[in-house]
Design a protein around this ligand. Structure first.
Ligand SMILES: *Cc1c(COP(=O)(O)O)cnc(C)c1O
Length: 368
């Protein structure tokens, strides 16, 4: 069939998503076993034990549709975050929240603005809806350049989306930067702070970074996105949320598909929210592994960027594809960054304490 006959141009222009191969498939192809995957920023300490304990009790209710309003989870989140349940929207992960926000708020001529090395979904969520995406340049350290971002704001800017900490760079934005951006934002626009890694940033109290929830309390144009996929270890369940003004949540609710968050996701996430130990242990582990990676990964032209997340971005000083292949053959799966416009970089997630010596040795061998 000829796609030009039935698909809109903005859909035909989308890149096809290249899913990473499952670890078993790679092992079979390469004839290896015991491969380590440090490519998707998953929690190496596993799912929240409290979520695992709560889910089985919900299994015999699987014939019922989930609670469409996610009432229990929203109530638990509201109590935890000090917001009303009308200021919370749930999604199939926080990625899904972003797509819903674009759908709910952007006119056909509106623009989504991010910076050049933001998360790929910021671009995709706009393009899937046929909205213009604008990427502002960054600093030489690949971090937010608030002046450049502000210069890229136009009367059509509807959503400004910034990860803090950001994926794939690991960097944060400061309170002062966020306030400057808000001051420059048209009244009709929203500042979306993607805090997928915010619980990891808590392990770095000495680093100044914006507190999205505090800023939101001061300015209703701030939307905070969070997820259960990262520190809570529930990436497979697909659940995230937005904290936003009631009016924004109301609009998002109109475009959301009914029953989009599954009952097991609701139960698992509600239980995980209480798992403060798992969160604290995971954050401490990530910080110590990041410090270890920054101290021990070396090679000519190699730079390991600072990161308040559970991964580091590594500048390899050369085209990274051959290094990626070499790592693969030694059974270490990392994330190549060419699709993000960083062909000389690799992203390496924090692994478990048992995995890290092998990951660091393989990296140093490949980067030597
Ligand atoms: C992982 C991640 C998310 C969340 O993804 P979901 O699994 O859809 O919740 C959001 N933003 C960034 C920057 C991420 O890295």
């Amino acid at each position: 069939m000829d796609p030009t006959a039935f698909a809109p141009e903005h859909v035909r222009n989308l890149d096809v998503y290249q899913p990473g191969k499952p670890i078993e498939e790679l092992e079979r192809e390469l004839g290896i076993s015991g491969a380590i995957k440090v490519a998707s920023n998953e929690n190496p300490l596993g799912p929240s034990p409290k979520a695992l304990a709560a889910i089985p009790a919900a299994l015999n209710q699987l014939h019922l549709y989930p609670d469409a309003g996610g009432f229990q989870l929203r109530r638990a989140l509201g109590a935890r975050l000090g917001v009303s349940i009308d200021e919370l929207s749930l999604g199939n992960g926080s990625n899904d929240m972003l797509y819903q926000l674009v759908l709910a708020t952007c006119e056909p001529t509106d623009e989504v603005l991010a910076h050049q090395y933001g998360f790929l979904s910021y671009r995709l969520s706009a393009q899937v809806a046929g909205r213009a995406f604008v990427a502002a340049p960054v600093t030489s350290e690949l971090a937010l350049d608030a002046d450049a971002l502000i210069a890229a704001i136009t009367p059509r800017t509807k959503l400004v989306v910034l990860g803090t900490p950001n994926n794939p760079t690991g960097s944060v934005i400061t309170t002062a930067q966020a306030k400057r951006i808000l001051a420059a934002l048209p009244a009709r626009a929203l500042l979306v702070l993607d805090e997928a890694y915010v619980e990891y940033a808590a392990a770095w109290p000495e680093v100044d970074h914006v507190d999205g929830m505090a800023l939101r309390a001061q300015d209703p144009r701030v939307v905070v996105l969070r997820t259960f996929s990262k520190i809570y270890g529930l990436a497979g369940l697909r659940v995230g949320y937005a904290v936003a003004d009631k009016a924004v949540c109301d609009l998002v609710g109109r475009v959301t598909r009914t029953f989009h968050v599954s009952s097991l996701a609701l139960v698992g996430a509600t239980a995980a929210l209480d798992d403060v130990d798992h969160v604290a242990i995971s954050a401490r582990h990530a910080r110590s592994v990041i410090e270890q990676m920054r101290a021990e990964i070396k090679g000519p032209g190699v730079k390991v960027y600072p990161s308040l997340t559970n991964f580091v971005l590594i500048e390899t000083g050369r085209t990274a594809a051959p290094i990626y292949d070499k790592l693969l053959r030694s059974g270490v799966i990392v994330r190549p960054m060419a699709a993000w416009g960083l062909p000389t970089c690799l992203r390496v997630s924090v692994g478990s304490a048992q995995e890290m010596p092998r990951v660091i040795k393989a990296l140093n061998d490949a980067l030597a």
